[in-house]
Design a protein around this ligand. Structure first.
Ligand SMILES: O=P(O)(O)OC[C@H]1O[C@H](OP(=O)(O)OP(=O)(O)O)[C@H](O)[C@@H]1O
Ligand code: HPA
Length: 175
């Protein structure tokens, strides 16, 4: 399958992804059933995962967003651009940062620091995908859906140069 100028092949089926999301919603609820956490979606990539996670989440919760970007093509630029900040109303709240993927961890390290500066009370992290071979940062990842090898993927919110987010299954770059 061609996305932009590159070729991709099927990698993870939609049913496996949905099962993982349901499990994550249950794990989070087990920890937050007596609270009202704020799910903070990291735009753009988290949008599909976040929608499915919330549909499976049984408890009270609220929703907010932050927008950061660091990738061009298939590589991190190692430079984070923030175009929507944490909302001031999150001060003192317990939040769950919702990411589609943790890869180098640059984004999540940046977000933890930004949350601290905003006096956000308590921050946990939920990510649908993790590349354990790449991620070497000290930040604890509280809820991890599916661990994948060090390969570039698209679908389920993840993009290649803006394309491919709107697929419920995940594709991997053909090397
Ligand atoms: O662990 P890292 O190496 O930092 O990679 C993870 C980040 O990269 C992607 O965002 P991207 O910068 O592509 O922006 P997008 O969400 O708008 O696609 C993804 O959504 C994560 O936020
Ligand atoms: O494998 C990936 N695919 C798409 N976007 C990404 N952002 C970090 N890693 C990836």
């Amino acid at each position: 399958m061609k996305i932009g100028d590159r070729y991709f092949e099927p990698f993870i089926e939609a049913s496996e992804i949905q099962f993982a999301i349901q499990q994550l919603a249950e794990q989070i609820y087990a920890d937050y059933s007596d609270q009202c956490p704020v799910f903070v979606g990291v735009l753009n990539g988290s949008i599909l995962f976040l929608a499915d996670l919330l549909k499976h989440y049984k408890g009270d919760c609220e929703l907010s967003f932050i927008k950061v970007k660091s990738y061009e093509g298939t590589n991190s630029t190692n430079h984070i651009t923030e175009s929507l900040a944490f909302d001031d109303s999150l001060q003192g709240r317990s939040i769950i940062l919702v990411e589609d993927i943790v890869d180098t961890g640059n984004t999540i390290v940046y977000l933890k620091e930004a949350a601290k500066k905003k006096n956000i009370h308590h921050v946990k992290i939920a990510t649908l995908f993790l590349k354990p071979e790449v991620y070497q940062k000290a930040v604890k990842l509280d809820y991890v859906g599916i661990r994948i090898p060090n390969k570039f993927i698209v679908g389920c919110g993840l993009d290649y140069d803006g394309l491919g987010r709107n697929s419920s299954e995940v594709f991997v770059l053909k090397e």
